[in-house]
Design a protein around this ligand. Structure first.
Ligand SMILES: [Zn+2]
Length: 238
């Protein structure tokens, strides 16, 4: 096995990262790598009829823990409120502290464009927290500096403006567990505003067709993040 990594998936709401890259996460977890799902909010304001926002928050945290257990990941849900996320110093320092404590090597998060403001803030928070966690000049509760190696964006139906995937990952062997995991969420199976389960099952199929595998999930490099430096064109020997 290659060197073990710690893959952390950072999403705006419980359910986001599992839908986006849950099968990729499961693939790494099965291979012995550490995988953590960090939900910045529970996404509690899409509460079903007759369930309060607070009750739905608790329900979503329970659902996230069930999904994470199926996928072989740890699940962390922060206290920030759905649809009120801010890329402010408090949030950035909080995430930077988690980076220093948990030491993720690679982060997967939302793409930078979204119809949901919480989603679009996630990569901004991750990038700022990456810098803050890495710089020795920032004192955070005595924790030693820690730097990520890289971050990637993952695919979400609400974040598709200018999302052209760069990386296709074969998740054929992981897709049954993925579907079981996402089906733990009430909203995935019962939302009347969007057919989540059908969409993500079909998306895995469509991306798999392009990848020449039964199923695939995709990632995207940050803008400017896929730069190669060397003495020749990559893949073309002199
Ligand atoms: Zn979301």
């Amino acid at each position: 096995m290659s060197q073990l990594v710690h893959l952390m998936l950072v999403g705006a709401h419980c359910g986001d990262v599992e839908l986006q890259a849950g099968a990729i996460a499961h693939k790494y977890a099965k291979a012995g790598h550490a995988v953590t799902f960090l939900h910045l909010t529970a996404g509690e304001k899409g509460n079903p009829p007759h369930i309060s926002v607070e009750e739905y928050r608790q329900q979503k945290i329970q659902e996230s823990e069930k999904a994470a257990a199926i996928l072989g990941a740890k699940s962390i849900t922060l206290e920030y409120k759905d649809a009120e996320l801010r890329a402010n110093d408090e949030t950035i320092t909080h995430v930077a502290k988690l980076f220093r404590e948990r030491k993720p090597t690679h982060v997967i998060t939302h793409w930078k464009h979204s119809i949901h403001p919480d989603h679009a803030l996630c990569p901004k928070i991750v990038e700022a927290a990456w810098l803050k966690a890495a710089l020795p000049g920032f004192e955070i509760e005595g924790l030693p500096p820690h730097s990520l190696r890289s971050m990637f964006h993952s695919e979400n139906w609400e974040d598709m403006q200018e999302y052209d995937p760069d990386i296709f990952v074969d998740v054929t062997e992981e897709f049954d567990a993925y579907l079981e995991a996402i089906s733990q969420y009430w909203f995935v199976m019962n939302s009347t505003s969007f057919r989540y389960f059908e969409y993500y099952k079909a998306l895995g199929t469509v991306r798999g067709c392009v990848n020449r595998t039964t199923y695939a999930q995709t990632l995207k490099y940050p803008v400017g993040g896929n730069v190669r430096k060397g003495s020749a064109i990559p893949g073309i020997e002199l």
